[in-house]
Design a protein around this ligand. Sequence first.
Ligand SMILES: Nc1ncnc2c1ncn2[C@@H]1O[C@H](COP(=O)(O)OP(=O)(O)OP(=O)(O)O)[C@@H](O)[C@H]1O
Ligand SMILES: [Mg+2]
Length: 267
Amino acid sequence: MVIGIDIGSTTTKVAAVNSGKDIIKVKTRAVDPITSATGAFGKLLVENHLSLGNIERINITGVGASRIPGDLFGISTNRIDEMTAIGTGGRYLAKKDRIIISNIGTGTAILEVNGNRIIHLGGTGVGGGTIIGLAHEMLNTSDYDTIMCHALKGDVKNVDLHIGDIAESNIGFLNREYTASNFGKVLETATKEDIAAGILNLTYQVIGMVSVFAAKSKDNDTVVVTGNGSKNVIGQRILNSISEMYDIHFEFPADAEFATAIGAAKS
Ligand SMILES: Nc1ncnc2c1ncn2[C@@H]1O[C@H](COP(=O)(O)OP(=O)(O)OP(=O)(O)O)[C@@H](O)[C@H]1O
Ligand SMILES: [Mg+2]
């Protein structure tokens, strides 16, 4: 069995990959890299009644990987380039060979996968960390579940300027319902729920458009979304509405938050 450990900026993910069997997964909040990596690894072993003897190799990746010295627990431990891990994991989960990957973590990385070639195209600092940080300042909470709970009740029409607010009719292919300016019309009466909805809309519209431009530039129409940000139900809805406008398909595979850890184990 090969263990993939992805020590991200916010969370650490561990995946155990065994030929022919289901992948076992565990997720923890990131503390310092050594504590979160060994903690998540230990949790996976204990919960699944595995022993160190079952582990053939450990592959670590993510921003915290360079902070783990030598071998873990005397088991051969390799460092895997994070983009290679994201590309390998995304390709495996999507079951497709030619895709664009938008990995929404604390920030967002965008990759092109073309068969065995994995290319880091770039990305944006707008990601999950943006949601937490803006909510901390604007809503006095950085608790993810609370932010989501607010956003589900909010209305972006009270914070965003829409095409319909400034134009009598559609502008080119832009419908009256589309955003002209994120946070471009914050009403005095906007509630914290509306602000939360606006933060989510800003974040996912930026990620969605950067992904669309990446896909178009590579003549591809499939964007596979990975990272914890792929699980966000409001985010999925926003990406799907961008999908209709630009004819680019966003896919949200199961276990996408473990894509990097799975990819590390399979590298
Ligand atoms: N239960 C949760 N607790 C905390 N954050 C969550 C939760 N669910 C989703 N998120 C979102 O996921 C983001 C982190 O995503 P992820 O764990 O994929 O990033 P990471 O791998 O740690 O970061 P990076 O890849 O950018 O180094 C958070 O910023 C937050 O917006
Ligand atoms: Mg990550």
